[in-house]
Write a protein that binds this ligand. Structure first.
Ligand SMILES: [Zn+2]
Length: 270
């Protein structure tokens, strides 16, 4: 009787299970992966970042942000999360301590093989959640399109901070910046231990030059304001939490919409 009850509870538990025991490719085993993908899970989120100085938040902010985003989004869109591409093509902040930059050919080759692996594992929708801009974006866009064409899988690359710039305006009432109020707040919402307001000085910020105006190497500040006079970090926890929630919502809605349109147009049907 007790055994029957136990079996019944286990069976009900399995039926109620809305997803696999983990949504992380890093943590799932091959048997559970086989049970879920691609038969019941067709979407994979691939976070991409780099190690780059970010004002008074962690050098790995561009990894921390897309990983947290992907984890928050995955259950809402029934996706798995691939390990983050945590070394990237950094650019003119690579003179700061603790930064790394991967050469473009090496990055392109590595990313091509990672995306090929995700395609070979049967995913139908490959969504890159990119946390770092500059030349890295163009490489990700190009490689994702090539892999999509070659393997007939649907790919989307989103630069979360750019797609959600209207959320920045709405939550903070002003534009943000690289390691500015918005990005610092995003990290603060994820893990406040990674934010060091005691080290902050407004002189650590420089406004981004207008196109063609000037160019400096190394760029003199790791806080780069999109607009002069806007986006200085202010460390407001309530705004940080509101921003994180609104970004997750907007990013989730975008991915849902694009997948629904791919489905409606019957693109790369299986
Ligand atoms: Zn960043």
């Amino acid at each position: 009787m007790r055994l029957l009850l136990f079996l019944l509870i286990t069976a009900l538990g399995l039926m109620a299970q809305a997803g696999p025991s983990t949504r992380e490719l890093n943590d799932i085993n091959w048997m559970e992966f086989q049970e879920w993908a691609p038969s019941r899970i067709q979407t994979v989120l691939l976070p991409a970042g780099t190690l780059e100085a970010h004002g008074v938040v962690n050098n790995g902010a561009d990894n921390t942000a897309p990983v947290a985003l992907a984890r928050a989004m995955a259950p809402k869109i029934n996706a798995l999360v691939a390990p983050v591409l945590n070394y990237g093509v950094t650019g003119s902040l690579d003179g700061f301590a603790g930064t790394f930059s991967i050469s473009e050919p090496a990055y392109r080759a590595f990313v091509t093989d990672v995306m090929t692996g995700l395609a070979r594992n049967g995913f139908r929708n490959l969504i890159v959640i990119n946390g770092h801009g500059g030349p890295q974006t163009a490489i990700l866009n190009d490689v994702a399109e090539k892999i999509g064409r070659e393997h007939r899988i649907r790919t989307l690359v989103v630069n979360w901070w750019a797609y959600c710039s209207d959320v920045t305006m709405k939550v903070f009432g002003e534009d943000g910046g690289h390691a500015g109020w918005n990005e610092t707040a995003f990290i603060q919402a994820i893990d406040r231990e990674l934010v060091h307001p005691e080290r902050y000085k407004p002189s650590q910020a420089t406004a981004r030059p207008a196109a063609g105006a000037w160019s400096a190497y190394p760029f003199p500040s790791s806080i780069i304001l999109y607009q002069p006079g806007q986006g200085y970090p202010k460390f407001d926890q309530a705004k940080a939490d509101a921003y994180f929630a609104a970004v997750v919502e907007k990013m989730t809605a975008l991915v849902k919409e694009i997948i629904a349109k791919w489905d409606e147009a019957k693109l790369f049907q299986r």
